[in-house]
Design a binder for this molecule. Structure first.
Ligand code: DX5
Ligand code: ZN
Length: 217
């Protein structure tokens, strides 16, 4: 797989989400940020919203769970039609069991790390994951400033994936823009979430293509 762009609808117009998703036909995935007001101080969607979105588009949904008790709630998002489900390592009690359950139900299993969570303790877990998400802001809100401090961790994660001969995708999320995407790609990321960069652009689909081109160079 080459570079993939997954626009986040967190900064889209929630009153017309179907149309907002239809504005980005060039996207590889649509990133859906699920927040519960506990793991992060913000509240967004649940499984029924994911199910409605899945019915409204052919673009697969990349669901990012920022919720407590993801061990209990994650499977419902696979059943709702997500193509990929990401849980946070800081919120799960049983990451191996949860990743296996997500895969067994038919979605790609992915695990996220907050900016201060190191990747090394999870090296042996990588074969259980289809994707590793390295947060480049503290999760909770769109439009925050990209954290350069995460770049060395992206490099170390890429080295671990390579060392084990894995195909694990490396996703970055938070503050990704035309200005920061090259640094992430150069460090080894290959899946890029972009929220405000895409939805504040005059032509969101053009921005998706521009981001992909920038990451590809
Ligand atoms: C933040 C979310 C992100 C957010 C990214 O907690 O996980 O997906 O929507 O938004 P930008 O690209 O504006 O930082
Ligand atoms: Zn996200």
């Amino acid at each position: 797989m080459g570079v993939q762009i997954t626009p986040s609808i967190l900064n889209a117009d929630f009153a017309s989400l179907g149309e907002e998703v239809a504005r980005i036909p060039s996207a590889d995935w649509v990133h859906v940020d699920v927040m519960d007001n506990h793991f992060v101080p913000n509240l967004t969607f649940g499984p029924s919203m994911v199910e409605a979105l899945a019915r409204s588009t052919h673009v697969p949904l990349d669901v990012h769970l920022m919720i407590e008790d993801c061990d209990r709630h994650a499977p419902a998002y696979v059943e709702a039609g997500a193509g990929s489900v990401t849980f946070h390592v800081e919120a799960t009690r049983a990451p191996v069991r949860l990743a296996r359950e997500i895969r067994a139900k038919g979605a790609r299993a992915s695990m996220a790390l907050r900016p201060a969570t190191p990747v090394e303790p999870y090296e042996d877990l990588l074969p259980e994951l289809d994707m590793l998400l390295l947060m480049t802001v503290e999760p909770g809100f769109g439009g925050q400033k990209f954290l350069d401090m995460v770049l060395p961790k992206i490099r170390r994660a890429r080295d671990l994936v390579r060392k084990h001969g894995l195909e694990t995708w490396l996703q970055v999320d938070g503050g990704v823009s035309l200005e920061t995407i090259e640094r992430c790609a150069e460090a080894g990321a290959d899946v890029f979430v972009a929220g405000s960069a895409v939805y504040s652009a005059d032509d969101p689909d053009e921005m998706v293509r521009a981001l992909r081109a920038r990451a590809d160079t």
